[in-house]
Design a protein around this ligand. Structure first.
Ligand code: NAP
Length: 279
């Protein structure tokens, strides 16, 4: 099948997930659960034969250790191995590639150009950066295109990542920033959440209730931003009554440098992503 001219009908599409580990497994299971793809349309690979057998039994999908066979059988090839393993994987599957196939890599920091060069042909390559809340369908993935990608292929890749959350399309130059913000971001938010729960304990709440209050408050605040479309500052102002409690809390946050600390955290994580990309 020529993926360049694909319409919205995926019933004939064959998809390979090369490196079906944590993130690859999340995607594959979402495709199945949402009936986007039938088990017969999917093939996956892992490094270890015993894991392949166990996953095949668990998912009801063919799971191999032979990347070339999987790549040959597929129209869309998802690359889910660790970044340092991508060059060897590309060298391995090179004979199976054609310009009609679509490569979608979600290996952190690996550039589309590096994959195109390794392929040695004008093969379409899309790079994606998902995050761990994808496991619950609440992820966000940023996608960027290589040199040979059609609109239909971009739409197809977006649809695939929408199976595990939202998607945005960005220029490749922004992918390190995305890594620092939304891929590392869950860790930053967990620390904020843990601290809020700790604060609840400090002011006398049982820990389980404090954690629930902190988590649901974080969730609710994020939902307000996403669904009202209001600027976060406007929503913050609506909570902050004159001479009330919240403004006293905000004073402490500003005094403690929370804003600057978060900005620096994302900057540092983005910088590290850039370094990893440089090898
Ligand atoms: N986890 C995340 O939140 C996240 C977010 C964004 C991007 N990513 C990217 O996703 C990629 C995978 O991360 P992960 O967390 O899912 O790692 P992981 O769980 O370790 O998955 C890697 C998988 O690759 C398999 N593998 C290793 N060498 C292989 C080979 N030569 N051929 C076929 N399969 C091979 C491994 O097989 P075995 O199981 O047999 O060892 C494993 O299943 C990374 O490039 C990472 O940058 C991950």
């Amino acid at each position: 099948m020529n993926t360049a001219a694909l319409d919205q009908d995926f019933s004939q599409l064959r998809v390979a997930v090369l490196g079906a580990g944590k993130m690859g497994g999340i995607l594959l299971q979402a495709f199945l659960k949402q009936q986007m793809l039938a088990p017969g349309q999917l093939v996956a690979t892992v490094a270890h034969a015993d894991r392949a057998a166990a996953l095949s039994a668990q998912w009801g999908v063919e799971v191999l250790t032979d990347n070339v066979a999987a790549a040959r059988a597929a129209d869309v090839i998802l690359i889910g191995v660790k970044p340092f393993q991508v060059p060897a994987l590309m060298a391995e599957i090179k004979p199976a590639l054609t310009p009609q196939k679509l490569l979608v890599s979600f290996a952190a920091s690996v550039k589309t150009g590096a994959i195109e060069d390794a392929a040695g042909i004008d093969v379409p390559v899309i790079r994606a950066m998902p995050n761990t809340p994808s496991a619950l369908g609440a992820g966000i993935a940023a996608l960027c295109r290589g040199r040979f990608v059609s609109e239909a292929q971009m739409a197809l890749a977006s649809r695939m990542f929408e199976a595990v959350g939202r998607t945005v399309i960005v220029d490749e130059k922004h992918m390190d920033a995305v890594t620092g913000l939304s891929a590392s971001g869950p860790a930053f938010i967990y620390i904020i959440l843990e601290s809020l729960a700790e604060a609840g304990v400090k002011v006398g709440l049982p820990r389980d209730i404090a954690t629930l209050l902190a988590a649901q408050t974080t969730f609710g605040a994020a939902k307000m931003v996403l669904e009202t479309g209001y600027h976060p500052a406007l929503l913050k102002d609506a909570v902050t009554t004159p001479a009330g409690c919240t403004i006293d809390g905000i004073l402490e946050l500003e005094d403690g440098g929370l804003r600057v600390t978060l900005i620096k955290a994302v900057m540092r994580a983005s910088q590290r992503a850039k370094e990893l990309a440089a090898g």
